[in-house]
Design a protein around this ligand. Structure first.
Ligand SMILES: Cc1cc2nc3c(=O)[nH]c(=O)nc-3n(C[C@H](O)[C@H](O)[C@H](O)COP(=O)(O)OP(=O)(O)OC[C@H]3O[C@@H](n4cnc5c(N)ncnc54)[C@H](O)[C@@H]3O)c2cc1C
Length: 330
């Protein structure tokens, strides 16, 4: 089968891995300029040089045995390392979180910087619509994107799936990133659930990161929602003041600071795993179908591929059982 996957984050790439291993062709399209999705890392240009900070997922767990094996392989390749400051089974990409997605994307056909704006079905085949034209045909389309973005693309083709996506609302997250020319005096490299701060961490304390001192501060969902339209510069100041309050000491002026708003950061998870319509060859996967974690996105991508492969096997069994009409019988 020739499958198009919209979204080359953890879920889309996990799905592509399985399809490719089973001999199918998977072409991925991602609107991002580079690999990462919500595991991306931001490069900040500072007077101390360029500094890369993880501004989405901060770490990931590996509890599923197959995922644990894959993560051990990333460790052996040097693109992931355990981060024991946070827990006993917690990992980060090295030298930045997006290293994992870069490694996963390497063996696949991924078109970056390509936002899919619609999908069209004609004579049993799919075409993707994008700025400046179309791409296709494909036998199947998989959407591996956040629920709100999937709902818009699904609605014309499978209303039931679109409705599930519409109910799986994601919460926003304002994230501040700071670089300092001196170390902050903090009792711990990690702060959790301190007032409006959901999470703050010394990015430079993660394995494989170099100096200078860099911190990331992620606001709670409620605070992010109530400050949704506040200007990024103001958010950066507010989150820095909150960090000072949380670590209980004055914080020097950063040499560089910025804030990023994740509109669709975390979704509780519908529990479906993945959704697949075999009649038209349309599927959807992503963390929002299981839970707001990297490992859930990976599991969802695998569940998506399994559903597609099952229905492809059923279809070929059916084709083999159907008696062919010879020209004379016809
Ligand atoms: C601030 C924040 C903190 C987090 N912290 C953690 C954590 O500590 N631990 C943890 O396990 N998880 C964490 N997560 C969640 C984790 O990042 C996600 O669960 C996981 O990365 C989701 O992977 P995905 O493939 O489902 O989606 P994504 O990573 O969002 O991938 C979807 C991809 O689709 C692309 N895309 C979207 N629309 C289109 C379109 N129309 N056309 C083309 N491409 C499109 C996007 O560019 C993106 O690359 C965090 C997330 C955020 C935002």
């Amino acid at each position: 089968m020739k499958v198009a996957i919209i979204g080359a984050g953890m879920a889309g790439l996990a799905c592509a891995d399985v399809l490719q291993a089973e001999g199918h062709s998977a072409a991925l399209f991602d609107k991002g300029r580079g690999a990462g999705g919500r595991m991306s890392s931001r490069r900040m240009i500072t007077p101390l040089g360029d500094v890369t900070i993880d501004h989405g997922a901060q770490y990931f767990t590996a509890r599923d045995p197959v995922f644990s094996e894959l993560v051990a392989g990333w460790r052996d390749q040097g693109v992931a390392a355990p981060w024991p400051d946070v827990g006993s089974d917690t990992w980060v990409g090295v030298p930045a979180m997006n290293a994992v997605i870069k490694a996963m994307a390497a063996p696949h056909d991924v078109t970056w910087g390509c936002q899919v704006t619609g999908i069209a079905r004609n004579e049993g085949q799919w075409t993707l619509l994008k700025a400046g034209g179309e791409v296709g045909p494909f036998d199947a389309v998989i959407m591996a994107i956040p629920a709100e973005q999937a709902a818009a693309l699904l609605s014309l083709h499978d209303f039931a799936m679109a409705r599930i996506a519409l109910t799986a609302r994601s919460q926003p997250c304002w994230t501040g990133m700071y670089v300092f020319d001196q170390a902050l005096v903090s009792p711990s490299p990690v702060v959790r659930n301190a007032g409006m701060i959901a999470w703050a961490a010394r990015n430079s304390a993660k394995p494989g990161r170099a100096v200078p001192e860099a911190w990331v501060v992620q606001a709670s969902a409620d605070w992010s929602q109530s400050h949704y339209d506040t200007a990024p510069g103001e958010i950066a100041d507010l989150l820095l003041a909150a960090l000072a309050g949380a670590i209980g000491t004055a914080v020097p002026a950063p040499v560089a600071a910025t804030a990023h708003r994740w509109a669709y950061a975390l979704s509780a998870g519908t529990g479906d795993g993945a959704l697949w319509n075999p009649g038209i060859g349309l599927g959807v996967c992503g963390d929002w179908l299981l839970g707001p974690r990297v490992e859930c996105a990976w599991l969802s991508g695998r569940a998506m591929a399994a559903a597609l492969l099952d229905s492809a096997r059923e279809a070929s069994k059916l084709a083999a059982l159907t008696p062919r009409l010879s020209p004379s019988a016809a």
